[in-house]
Design a protein around this ligand. Structure first.
Ligand SMILES: Nc1ncnc2c1ncn2[C@@H]1O[C@H](COP(=O)(O)OP(=O)(O)OP(=O)(O)O)[C@@H](O)[C@H]1O
Length: 389
């Protein structure tokens, strides 16, 4: 069977396999569990010690730059790639050595992978045919997903007679039709234009919620990841850096790679010089004086790391704030960039650190080149992070 046909068919796991270890890393309640998975291509590591448990009905996204190991991890779960080490579990059973046809998984790829010589209805029927489902039962299931994906009126068309968005809906319908235990999607909206992408994103989320599907999704688009996911796992150089709900990932990144990859951030090299019960005191490159960081926001194992703050947490004013626990740094404006509702102000400290903040654009007259300002923020607004590049 070709990879395309395998991916499109899926088939239930029928044999008895050992249960997932109940060691905390691999909760038996997990619908999907990666337990210490490694993948090497020759002597090049692609995925390193990958651990992830996905609950039933959960939508988890792997987000990361090109080549970070997202697709390889997903293909290992699908059985299209073998793990060099580690185990993969589906519904509590090890499937690491099972061929793809033995895993009850639906797959959707960026290039749709529809069969060009089959109509919409025939494409959707394919996984049911592979399972030898009775004709009347199959027809009922096909009608159900045609309605669900609003494709009934297109059922007799061929893929070439459909728009990109319609083709992608067929691929989704084909992945849903056999009630897979898990759906894997690799950049499924990647080939669509921006408007259609935003629209399909909503459709996809609604569909997933309605049927309660467990989804592992791959993208390098952070907006897509934020909009769709219950949790996001950020990958970098084959390593899962952090897995958390979108707001937690944004507010509480564990290292400088995650902070920089998701949203805007001010990150500067820093050193921990002192700590007491409430604060860590850090020396930030380019900032005179010591900067206070809440102890809870000090997550670097090393004394050297990175100071991080989100630009919207920085207050900008004409005067130095006098609150003792407020960090304050004097800056001059280098330039500003008009962005419509906001301007991005580029500033330089007296010690040469460059940083950017955003302010409402109606205040732009205050930020002429060379003008002086005070930046300030609370110890709870900033973080001291492990340095990961
Ligand atoms: N079949 C293969 N043979 C050799 N190396 C491979 C193979 N597949 C992937 N790799 C390498 O493994 C690493 C991870 O690739 P992978 O496709 O998983 O990354 P990705 O994060 O999905 O990237 P992208 O977003 O570009 O798809 C890369 O360095 C890639 O070149």
């Amino acid at each position: 069977m070709t990879e395309q046909a395998r991916a499109a068919s899926g088939a239930p796991v029928t044999d008895e396999r050992p249960a997932a270890p109940d060691d905390g890393r691999a909760p038996s309640a997990g619908q999907v569990v990666f337990d210490g998975v490694h993948k090497w291509f020759g002597d090049a590591p692609a995925v390193h010690d990958f651990n992830l448990a996905i609950a039933k009905g959960e939508f988890v996204t792997l987000l990361g730059p090109s080549g970070s190991g997202k697709t390889t991890s997903l293909r290992i779960l699908a059985g299209l790639e073998s793990a060099t080490a580690g185990e993969v579990y589906l519904a509590g059973r090890a499937v690491t050595d099972d061929v793809p046809e033995k895993r009850n998984i639906g797959l959707v790829f960026q290039n749709y992978a529809l069969f060009p010589h089959m109509t919409v209805a025939q494409n959707i029927a394919f996984p049911l045919r592979m399972r030898r489902m009775k004709k009347a039962d199959a027809q009922r299931e096909i009608d159900r997903v045609l309605t669900m994906t609003q494709l009934t009126e297109f059922k007799d068309r061929y893929p070439r007679q459909l728009s990109g968005g319609q083709q992608q809906r067929v691929a989704l319908a084909r992945a849903f039709v056999f009630d897979p235990s898990v759906l894997l999607m690799d950049e499924p909206l990647g080939a669509l234009d921006r408007n259609l992408r935003d629209h399909m994103r909503l459709e996809l989320k609604n569909l997933q919620r309605r049927i309660g599907a467990t989804v592992l999704y791959v993208t390098h688009d952070q907006d897509e990841a934020l909009a769709l996911s219950d949790r996001i796992g950020v990958m970098h150089r084959g390593v899962l850096q952090q897995t958390a709900p979108p707001d937690e990932l944004y507010e509480e990144p564990v290292n400088s790679f995650v902070a920089k990859f998701l949203g805007q951030s001010i990150c500067l090299p820093a050193r921990r010089v002192e700590e007491d019960a409430r604060h860590t005191v850090v020396d930030v490159e380019g900032m005179a004086g010591r900067i206070l960081v809440d102890r809870a926001n000090d997550v670097s194992a090393d004394p050297s790391g990175e100071f991080m703050i989100r630009p919207e947490r920085v207050r900008i004013g004409a005067d130095k704030p006098d609150a003792a626990e407020r960090n304050a740094v004097a800056c001059t404006v280098v330039t500003h960039v008009y962005l419509g509702p906001q301007i991005e102000v580029h500033l330089r400290t007296a010690d040469g650190a460059e940083l950017q903040v955003v302010v409402p654009s109606e205040a732009r007259a205050d930020y002429t080149e060379g003008s002086s300002h005070w930046l300030s923020w609370g110890a709870g607004d900033c973080r001291f992070l492990a340095h990961v590049t």
